[in-house]
Design a binder for this molecule. Structure first.
Ligand SMILES: C[S@@+](CC[C@H](N)C(=O)[O-])C[C@H]1O[C@@H](n2cnc3c(N)ncnc32)[C@H](O)[C@@H]1O
Length: 228
């Protein structure tokens, strides 16, 4: 199993407790609502929440009358999502999704990745494949760490692998893992090369720090991707 998923398996319980207790203020104050608003603006009927975790977004969409399918590779998180109801959940890693997607062709109005794209090649492959999972005018929503969060840390402003040691989280997490950092330009180039044209690029601000809490991108298929 990939190191990232091993880490999520090991930390799933703490993650659920952190979310249940509302301990991540950037989520409570900014990013949850921001991704909900970005999706709601697209008026979808059916959303694929890829890397859905314990399913909070599927449940929130359901409350707005939007159907959602959640997929995630962490057993405990999908177990919790199913226990909590509202939505359809599949235990599938992204790698499995690419190999044996239950949706070989257009099926969703929107595919969303909320804070779950950590890899280099896998992210490229997923974004490319996602053009086939949405209808011709279907949309993609990605929320991720804002690239400028790395400025001032002493690291060069360039793509590269970094170690996530879960620092800053209020509980004891274990199993650090590597994730692939992308600059703003790299995200935009990646999306275009995968067949997505940017419709909106948002930088929701944290009310306490005045700094961006995330990078939130909405995209639609390019004309070339629609033809293929
Ligand atoms: C920060 S959590 C975000 C979960 C959810 N999107 C949310 O907003 O709460 C990252 C999620 O990505 C999932 N994930 C990471 N790598 C994955 C992979 N290769 N296949 C499937 N899921 C993966 C983890 O299991 C975890 O649920």
């Amino acid at each position: 199993m990939a190191a990232i998923l091993e880490s999520w398996e090991a930390n799933a319980r703490q993650w659920i407790d952190v979310l249940d207790a509302g301990e991540l203020d950037s989520r409570e104050l900014v990013t949850n609502q921001a991704v909900m608003d970005a999706i709601a603006r697209l008026h979808p009927s059916l959303v694929l929440d890829a890397g859905c975790g314990e399913g909070w977004l599927c449940r929130a969409l359901h409350k707005k009358g939007i159907d959602a399918v959640g997929v995630d590779g962490t057993t405990e998180l999908i177990h919790q999502a199913r226990l909590r109801g509202e939505g359809h959940y599949e235990l599938l890693t992204f790698e499995e999704l690419l190999e044996q997607s239950p949706w070989p062709m257009a099926y969703f109005d929107v595919v969303v990745f909320n804070f779950c794209l950590y890899e280099k090649a896998l992210t490229q492959n997923l974004l490319h494949a996602a053009t086939r999972w949405v209808f011709p005018h279907g949309k993609l929503v990605i929320q991720t760490l804002h690239p400028f969060a790395a400025l001032g840390t002493g690291r060069p402003y360039e793509d590269g692998w970094q170690v996530e040691s879960w620092a800053g989280l209020p509980r004891a997490f274990s199993h650090p893992y590597k994730w692939y950092y992308r600059t703003m330009g790299s995200w935009l180039t990646l999306l275009l090369s995968a067949g997505w044209q940017i419709l909106a690029l948002e930088e929701p601000l944290h009310p306490r720090t005045g700094r961006p809490a995330s990078l939130l991108i909405t995209a639609q298929k390019t004309a070339t991707a629609i033809r293929h």
